[in-house]
Design a binder for this molecule. Structure first.
Ligand code: XUL
Ligand code: CO
Length: 439
């Protein structure tokens, strides 16, 4: 049974190819910076956007009724597993990601819901064995069901906290069963609408308690995958506790959780936080907390999470630079947390969009690699910060200076301090040359 009869395995045809169902830049076996593109990029497809998203929005109903959606409930869930593996194989993406509720419908009790999950997890395991596709990460959807109206681990209702714990317990068991390389926590409704009725101290303490329980249970069942937290500043709540990379790292450090987690950083979440994607990656990198990325892009003119496919080569190049400087993405990957626009409702748009994203990342990887090979940023920074290499600057860096020695130094100087231009526009023009000319 084939669900994409008009699409065969996507091949690399090279720059200049006009075939919409071919890669122009992503050549999985091509070696860049010492590793193949496949090893660098570790692409993953998001189950929720590719298999279950139906194109509905607050103003209109579903427009993406897929040809295979002729059944419902658990039968539809089973069909989607088959579609998933055909899609992944034809695209040549080595990984996928899901929320528990993407893959199987909820039953009338937690027990029944878990039984539904077991059926689908069994089928996924079979598909993974047959295709060699792997699970980059799984997570728990603790935001869609009405029970999570006041949050999950940060809810005001202890019964909901218990339910959320049971859900993550099952999620970790699923991670073991499917060999998931990471487990993600995105705090869907972990935040507040109004401080007027919020005990922020208790909610944050409870969130830390919840994470500690997850760490303990993972240890108990022998789950060794990487725990990831995905920051986002707002939406659905007015203020989400994992606002951005810096806030999340401070939270983890306060509760001594930092050694157990890394961050899964999403481009559109960075935009919502008023940051660039590369800013978020840099904050994580310098704190040794860069774990994985959710690849997408937002519309800077809109204030919500549009989850568009990443085609902005400038932003992706700078993101890939951070990843390369990090020494790679480790057990993480590049997960397309991205959805086709409502108007792109044809099944083949699922291929066009992923190809666009994969080609953008492949090209970004090449440009970033060339920038590193040429020591572009290394030389620029060495020159800009040269004053910290000798004399008083070297003393500051070595911890040999204090306010008294610095005052004595400043008093001994004659004339005005001299600063140098940083030639930022020249830097931008030079980066453009790399973007135009890297083959
Ligand atoms: C929501 C979002 C989630 C997480 C996983 O904005 O990004 O899909 O990636 O829960
Ligand atoms: Co995401």
């Amino acid at each position: 049974m084939s669900y994409f009869k008009n699409v065969s395995k996507i091949q690399f045809e090279g720059a200049g190819s006009k075939n919409p169902l071919a890669f122009k830049h992503y050549n999985e076996n091509e070696v860049v910076n010492g590793k193949t593109m496949k090893e660098h990029l570790r692409f993953a497809v998001a189950y929720w956007h590719t298999l279950t998203m139906d194109g509905s929005d607050p103003f209109g109903k579903s427009v993406m009724v897929r040809p295979w959606e002729t059944v419902s409930g658990l039968d539809l869930a089973k069909t989607r597993v088959e579609v998933n593996f055909e899609f992944l194989e034809k695209l040549g993406a080595p990984y996928y990601c899901f929320h528990d509720r993407d893959i199987a419908p909820e039953g009338s009790s937690l027990k029944e819901t878990n039984e539904n999950l077991d059926v689908i997890v069994g089928k996924l395991k079979e598909g993974m064995k047959q295709t060699g596709v792997k699970l980059l990460w799984n997570t728990a959807n603790m935001f869609s069901n009405p029970r999570f109206v006041h949050g999950a681990a940060t809810t005001s209702n202890a019964d909901v906290f218990a339910y959320a714990a049971a859900q993550v317990k099952k999620g970790l068991e699923t991670a073991v069963e499917l060999g998931s390389e990471n487990y993600v926590f995105w705090g869907g409704r972990e935040g507040y609408e109004s401080l007027l009725n919020t005990d922020m101290g208790l909610e944050l303490d409870n969130l830390a308690r919840f994470f500690n329980m997850a760490i303990d249970y993972a240890k108990e069942i022998g789950y060794t995958g990487q725990f990831l937290i995905e920051p986002k500043p707002k939406e659905p709540t007015t203020h989400q506790y994992d606002f951005d990379a810096a806030t999340t790292i401070a939270f983890l450090q306060k509760y001594n959780l930092d050694k157990h987690f890394k961050l899964n950083l999403e481009a559109n979440h960075a935009t919502l936080a008023g940051h660039t994607f590369e800013h978020e990656l840099r904050v994580a990198r310098i704190n040794n907390m860069l774990g994985s990325v959710d690849a997408n892009q937002g519309d800077p003119l809109l204030g919500w999470d549009t989850d568009e496919f990443p085609t902005d080569i400038y932003s992706v190049t700078l993101a890939m630079y951070e990843i390369l400087e990090n020494g790679g993405i480790g057990s993480g990957g590049v997960n397309f947390d991205a959805k086709v626009r409502r108007g792109s409702f044809a099944p083949e748009d699922l291929f066009y969009s992923h190809i666009a994203g994969m080609d953008t990342f492949a090209k970004g990887l090449k440009v970033a690699s060339k920038l590193i090979e040429d020591k572009f940023f290394e030389n620029l920074l060495a020159e800009r910060y040269a004053s910290f290499k000798t004399g008083i600057g070297a003393d500051i860096v070595a911890g040999k200076a204090n306010f008294k020695t610095l005052e004595a130094y400043a008093l001994a100087q004659t004339g005005e301090i001299q600063n140098k231009s940083n030639h930022l526009e020249l830097t931008k023009a030079q980066i453009n040359e790399y973007l135009y000319n890297t083959k």
